[in-house]
Design a protein around this ligand. Structure first.
Ligand code: LLP
Length: 386
C-alpha cells in the first residue's frame, strides 16, 4: 500500500522561542496569538471559489484584535449570544450589521429582540419560537437551522445533529414551520445546517449543501445556504492538513447543480486554533508510584479541551526546546479534579524543572473563550503578536 505522507504542518512558535520566553516573563498562564498565522488560514478560505460568504464563529475566540483582522479580511462574524453581538460592535466600530449573523440556541426572547433591533440577521432553529413569539418575528426575513437527522465530529460532545442533539428543526417539522411562518409573513431566506465540529471527511459539506439545496428548491424564497463550520485542524503530529481542495471541488460540483444559491460557511477552529499557544509555567515536578508529573500554573480552568473531550494538544518545554533527551511525563494543572490533565506520558526533557516555560500548541480555538474561574484561579492573560 502506498500511502501519501501527511504534509508537515508548520508551527510558527518553533521560530519564536525567544519572544515567547520574553512574553512569559510578564505572567502566565498566557494565550499568545500570532496574526500572520491567522491571516494565512483566512487566505486559504478566501481562495475557495465555491463559497460566497464567510463568517467566523466567534465563540472559538472573541479577542477584539482577531475580530478586527478577520473583518478586514472580508469575514462576517457569527454570534450565538447577545454579548457576542455586542462584542463585535465594540471591537469593530461602525461595522455593517449585515456582516453579523445570530445563530443562538435556546436564547431568551429578549435577546432576539435586542439583536433584531441592531439590524442583524437571525437564524431560528425551532417552531415553538415562531408560535410563542409571533410579534418578535412578524414580517421578518429569517434563516432556518435544519437538523438533517445526523451529526459528526471529533467527540460525541461536539456532535450537533440527530435526535440526541438539541440543535435544529427536524425535517419532520419543516412543513409546519413553513406554514407558521407564512401565517405571520415570515420569509425563510437562508437555510443552515451545522452538524458538528472537527469533521474529518471533506465530502461532508457537499452532502449538506446538496440536501439544503434540495430543501430550498421546495421552499422557493431561500437565497443562501449556510453549510456550517466544523473544519478540522491537525492537532496530532501524524494528522495531515485538511484536504481543502477536495472539500472545495465537491462544493463546486453541487453548486453547478444548484447555481442559484449563495453558499455561506461559518468556521471557528480552522481560522484561529493554530495561531494560538498557551504559555504556562511549571510549578512542581513530582514522582508518584512510577509516574512522573509536571504541574503547570494552567489547568482545565485555562484550557478545558483535554478534560472535556480528551482532546490532544502538543506540549513542549519552551525553556528547553532543543533538549532532546526526553522521558515521559503526565502534564497536569493545579485544579482539584482528576480530569485536570493536559496529557499522559508525553515526552519532555528529563531536566524539566520548576520555573520552566511550557507551551501548549494549537490552543487558539476554544481556549480562552471556554476558560473559567474554577477554584478561584484567575483567568489567563491574552496578547497578540502582530
Ligand atoms: N456554527 C455553529 C452553529 C456552531 O455551533 C459552531 C461550533 C461553529 C459554527 C464553529 O465550529 P468549528 O468550525 O469551530 O468547528 N468546544 C469544542 C467545539 C464546539 C463547537 C460548538 N459549535 C472544541 O473545543 O472542540
Amino acid at each position: 500500500i502506498c500511502e501519501e505522507e501527511p504534509m508537515p504542518v508548520e508551527k510558527w512558535w518553533r521560530t519564536r522561542q525567544d519572544i515567547l520566553l520574553e512574553r512569559a516573563k510578564l505572567g502566565t498562564p498566557r494565550y499568545v496569538y500570532h496574526l500572520p498565522t491567522l491571516r494565512a488560514q483566512a487566505a486559504k478560505l478566501n481562495d475557495i471559489k465555491a463559497v460566497d460568504r464567510r463568517y467566523f464563529a466567534i465563540k472559538a475566540n472573541s479577542h477584539p484584535r482577531l475580530l478586527q483582522e478577520l473583518h478586514a479580511l472580508g469575514f462576517g462574524l457569527e454570534c450565538v449570544s447577545g454579548a457576542e453581538v455586542e462584542r463585535v460592535f465594540e471591537a469593530v466600530p461602525g461595522i455593517d450589521p449585515e456582516r453579523l449573523l445570530f445563530t443562538p440556541s435556546f436564547a431568551p426572547r429578549g435577546e432576539y429582540e435586542a439583536v433584531l433591533a441592531r439590524g442583524v440577521q437571525i437564524t431560528l432553529d425551532n417552531l415553538e419560537a415562531l408560535q410563542n413569539w409571533p410579534d418578535v418575528f412578524r414580517g421578518r426575513s429569517i434563516w432556518l437551522r435544519i437538523d438533517l437527522g445526523r451529526g459528526d465530529g471529533h467527540h460525541a460532545k461536539v456532535v450537533t445533529g440527530g435526535a440526541e442533539s438539541k440543535f435544529g428543526l427536524p425535517l419532520s417539522r419543516l412543513d409546519d414551520f413553513l406554514a407558521a411562518a407564512r401565517a405571520i409573513d415570515v420569509r425563510v431566506v437562508g437555510l443552515h445546517a451545522h452538524l458538528g465540529s472537527g469533521i474529518e471527511s471533506p465530502a461532508h459539506w457537499a452532502g449538506v449543501h446538496a440536501e439544503l439545496a434540495t430543501l430550498a428548491d421546495g421552499i422557493g424564497t431561500v437565497q443562501t445556504l449556510d453549510i456550517g463550520g466544523g473544519l478540522p485542524i491537525p492537532y496530532l503530529p501524524d494528522d495531515g492538513e485538511f484536504d481543502l481542495a477536495g472539500w472545495s471541488n465537491a462544493l463546486e460540483e453541487v453548486k453547478a447543480a444548484f447555481p442559484r444559491y449563495a453558499i455561506a460557511i461559518e468556521p471557528g477552529r480552522f481560522l484561529v486554533a493554530q495561531c494560538g499557544v498557551l504559555l504556562a509555567t511549571a510549578t512542581q515536578v513530582v514522582e508518584k508510584d512510577g509516574v512522573r508529573r509536571v504541574g503547570l500554573d494552567a489547568g482545565m480552568n485555562t484550557l478545558i479541551r483535554p478534560a472535556l473531550y480528551d482532546a490532544w494538544h502538543d506540549i513542549r518545554n519552551l525553556s528547553r526546546l532543543s533538549d532532546t533527551a526526553e522521558i515521559d511525563f503526565d502534564v497536569v494543572g493545579p485544579i482539584c479534579e482528576s480530569s485536570d490533565v493536559f496529557g499522559h506520558a508525553r515526552g519532555l526533557p528529563a531536566t524539566t524543572a520548576e520555573g520552566d516555560v511550557m507551551l501548549i500548541a494549537d490552543a487558539g480555538a476554544y481556549g480562552y473563550s471556554m476558560a473559567s474561574f474554577y477554584n478561584l484561579r484567575a483567568l489567563p492573560e491574552e496578547e497578540v503578536l502582530e
